[in-house]
Design a protein around this ligand. Structure first.
Ligand SMILES: O=C(O)CCC(=O)C(=O)O
Ligand SMILES: [Fe+2]
Length: 325
């Protein structure tokens, strides 16, 4: 089966972050990248960031050495990456999917990465830790630049510090085999991420596709120097719906194993995501009530949550009468 409604020409915008620094948000290059990023996020929920902070000398070892070494471990070791929360630890054995994934919590902290490594390799694994931690630190810089740009573009820069202090960061490494559905080649179904921002690294084997406004799918080819930045549902709440979450899926056409690395930010445990008052006016009525993020995640993956079409709106959407008020 061919792709029913592919955009032949549509592309995810590539935005140059090389030379930008969080400490210098007033340069003309910063302003130019910010306006491109804000436009792309409003339209598609994502863009590709060309970022010098992670070069081939780091991405290569992460994707071609650290990730395969991790997935080659016995299942009994990998499942020690457990969590009480849905999807915050090892994922595997999902019916219909040739997919396994592990999550390094708090990855910009070397101590946390070491704790993860010791669960899997009781004697530790300094080389793995160094690669994953360095990657996470560099990605955190990119992530925070994007957070700052989004808030600035909405006139909310005064919230930047408190906003980033409310977030925690993780690295999720995933391995995909040949998709079990040989016809559609879908390796991961269409979805939006619930969190704030996800930055996806692909390496050699592509597969990530994002949905355009007209419903067609745009394939994002892997490239050595770029990373796909996308917003999730928590950012839709934070921006009163100004930034729609990016709908995406994975579709793998070749026979090779695929690895991806996700760097993601989510509200810390117990954090409630709120619409700032500046984003509510006659033209923009309040769309979301304060959202306890962990409670939302529980709902989204519950039997009840799986039955509703728009879990976010069902969980914390403002009622019609509140919108009219
Ligand atoms: O592997 C990828 O490129 C994307 C994975 C993804 O969308 C997810 O884990 O939520
Ligand atoms: Fe995703």
């Amino acid at each position: 089966m061919g792709r029913p409604s592919d955009s032949q020409e549509a592309q995810v915008p590539r935005i140059d972050f090389r030379g930008l620094e969080l400490a210098r948000p007033s340069s003309p290059e910063w302003a130019a990248a910010r306006s491109e990023a804000a436009a792309a996020l409003r339209r598609l929920g994502c863009f590709e960031a060309v970022y010098g902070g992670v070069g081939a000398d780091l991405k290569g070892p992460l994707m071609a050495r650290a990730a395969p070494e991790l997935f080659a471990l016995p299942l009994g070791a990998k499942t020690r990456n457990a969590s009480d929360h849905p999807f915050l630890g090892y994922i595997g054995n999902i019916p219909g999917m040739a997919y396994e994934s592990l999550r390094v919590a708090d990855a910009p902290d070397l101590h946390s990465v070491d704790k993860f490594a010791r669960l899997l390799w009781p004697q530790g694994n300094p080389s793995f830790c160094n690669i994953v931690w360095t990657y996470a630190k560099r990605m955190q810089e990119l992530e925070q630049m994007v957070e700052r740009m989004i808030l600035e573009s909405l006139g909310l820069e005064k919230y930047f510090q408190s906003h980033i202090e409310s977030l925690e960061y993780a690295v999720r490494l995933s391995e995909y085999g040949v998709p079990l559905d040989r016809e559609t080649k879908i390796a991961m179904q269409s979805h939006v991420d619930p969190n704030m921002i996800t930055i996806i690294a692909q390496h050699e084997v592509g597969g990530l596709e994002v949905q355009a406004e007209d419903g067609s799918w745009i394939a994002v080819e892997p490239s050595p120097d770029s990373f796909v930045v996308m917003t999730g549902e928590a950012f839709a709440v934070r921006t009163n719906g100004r930034l729609p979450p990016c709908r995406h899926r994975v579709r793998i056409t070749g026979e090779k194993k695929r690895y991806s690395a996700l760097f993601s930010s989510r509200p810390k445990d117990g954090c409630v995501v709120q619409v700032p008052e500046e984003l509510v006016d006659d033209e923009h009525p309040l769309l979301y009530k304060p959202c306890d993020y962990n409670e939302y995640i529980k709902f989204r993956f519950s039997e009840e949550g799986k039955k509703v079409k728009d879990t976010l709106a069902s969980f914390c959407g403002a009622k019609k009468e509140e919108i009219a008020a």
